[in-house]
Design a protein around this ligand. Structure first.
Ligand code: C2E
Ligand code: MG
Ligand code: MG
Ligand code: MG
Length: 290
């Protein structure tokens, strides 16, 4: 690549793009075999009740341990999986595994599983959910599905029907990353979510002077509770943030202040030992970023 701009710079840029496309198609190929190679794992992040300060559930988060590259972030491989349609298989694997894992925990502990727009558009989803619940032998209330606002972009009958058939199964449905999408209040009116997850971008910086985030968190919380929905504040890292979301009435908290996502085995131990046993408990300083 040339350093003298002009044509040379263009070639340099093109090479970069080429390398990126190459890496992506390599990852895509490897991702196809990740399930059968046993490279996927679910990690679990505690969801904590503000009122009782106990763990009420866990969010299941996919981890990919690539055989040569090591861990690859879901923020990198989930978009690839969505673009290629692989998310349907990955999502089914995650759903089944999460149901198996929650079956080993006390009955009042829930598991939340992320469902991508492509899965939500798949007519097989309700059958798949029912099968996962039945073969793990759990009750449907133990499973919560997390949908993002993008699912409701195509505001059509298919979306409403899918929502209704999932609710009929008896699973809970949460609206994930609330406030980051196109935030039409229309679907809040129509779709009876069980929970709204307030995106961490509102929590971040909310404690700074002059921030509008606190007012936004309070309003979302009021609205959600008026509609009979729980609220989880995502990405709470500091004691100040915890105090703030508590003050604004969030019913649940999820974030590094309590725990980072952990293996199923560690989650089981955490349930047995309780929150307070965490060395990096809520009174500690800001947890290091993952
Ligand atoms: P998400 O569903 O919003 O999950 C929350 C993300 O925030 C997780 O990132 C979690 O590790 C991170 N997080 C939690 N607490 C804190 C905190 O206090 N500070 C900071 N900085 N981050 C925190 P992760 O595990 O990297 O997952 C990223 C995204 O990938 C998820 O966002 C979700 O959209 C997607 N994803 C992960 N697993 C699955 C899956 O099984 N299926 C689908 N469709 N998507 C998944
Ligand atoms: Mg989520
Ligand atoms: Mg989220
Ligand atoms: Mg997110």
């Amino acid at each position: 690549a040339a350093k003298d701009g002009g044509r040379g710079r263009y070639h340099f840029y093109a090479d970069d793009l080429h390398a990126e496309a190459e890496e992506r198609s390599q990852l895509e190929e490897d991702l196809r075999d990740a399930i059968s190679n046993g490279e996927l794992e679910l990690y679990y992040q505690p969801v904590v009740s503000v009122a009782s300060e106990t763990i009420t559930g866990f969010e299941a988060l996919l981890r990919w341990h690539h055989k040569t590259r090591g861990p690859i972030s879901p923020t990198k491989f989930i978009p690839i999986a969505e673009d290629t349609g692989l998310i349907v298989q990955l999502g089914e694997w995650a759903l089944r595994q999460a149901c198996k894992d929650v079956a080993t925990w006390p009955e009042d502990v829930r598991v939340a599983v992320n469902v991508s727009p492509l899965q939500f558009a798949n007519p097989q989803l309700p059958a798949m959910v029912m099968k996962a619940i039945a073969s793990a032998g759990i009750s449907p209330e133990q499973l919560e599905l997390e949908l993002t606002e993008s699912v409701f972009l195509s505001d059509n009958e298919g979306t409403d029907a899918m929502f209704a058939s999932l609710k009929r199964i008896g699973v809970r449905i949460a609206l994930d990353d609330f406030g980051t999408g196109y935030s039409s209040l229309g679907y809040l009116k129509k779709a009876p979510f069980d929970k709204i997850k307030i995106d961490q971008s509102f929590v971040r910086g909310a404690t700074e002077q002059g921030s509008r985030n606190g007012a936004i968190i309070a309003s979302i919380t009021n609205l959600a509770h008026a509609l009979g929905m729980d609220t989880t504040a995502e990405g709470v890292e500091t004691m100040d943030e915890l105090d703030l979301v508590r003050l604004h009435g969030c019913s649940h908290v999820q974030g590094f202040i309590y725990a980072k996502p952990m293996s199923a085995k560690d989650a089981t131990e955490r349930l047995a030992s309780g929150l307070q046993a965490d060395a990096h408990g809520p009174r500690s300083a800001r947890a290091p970023r993952q």
